[in-house]
Design a protein around this ligand. Structure first.
Ligand code: HEC
Length: 106
């Protein structure tokens, strides 16, 4: 009986630790599938397509200074040659992928 309670507690603990990690990896997966060909796996846009389209690096001060809301807006609505993802990705996917972009800015 005691063991069962302990197992349940461990499960709850593991699930609560896993949740943010899952959001992180969901963002990473979306990024690799939809964004990396232009923005580069590391966000510096050092890919042939990135160079051709003059995609800005996510490490640029202007991008670092941009608010979460404005990065979400660009992802949703597009900008210049940047395609719009409204309707192609859910709001949750866009939020996750923008959080992932934040990790590439460093
Ligand atoms: C076809 C190439 C291409 C793809 C695919 C692409 N982007 Fe972009 N992205 C661009 C270009 C080009 C710009 C620069 C737009 C401008 O400033 O005119 C840009 C700019 C951005 C910016 C704004 C950065 C800034 O200058 O403030 C964000 C945020 C962004 N992209 C996110 C994403 C996300 C998230 C994805 C994947 C879901 C993605 N992009 C996929 C080409 C692309």
């Amino acid at each position: 009986m005691k063991n069962r309670i302990r197992a349940a507690a461990m499960f709850v603990l593991a699930a609560s630790i896993a949740a943010p990690a899952f959001a992180q990896s969901a963002g990473a997966a979306t990024y690799k599938a939809k964004c990396a060909m232009c923005h580069g796996p590391d966000g510096t846009a050092a890919t042939p397509v990135g160079k051709m389209m003059k995609v800005p690096s996510f490490k640029e001060p202007a991008v670092k200074a941009a608010s979460e809301a404005s990065l979400i807006a660009v992802t949703k609505n597009g900008k210049g040659k940047m395609p719009a993802y409204n309707g192609k990705l859910t709001d949750a996917q866009i939020r996750d992928v923008v959080s992932y972009i934040r990790t590439l800015e460093k």
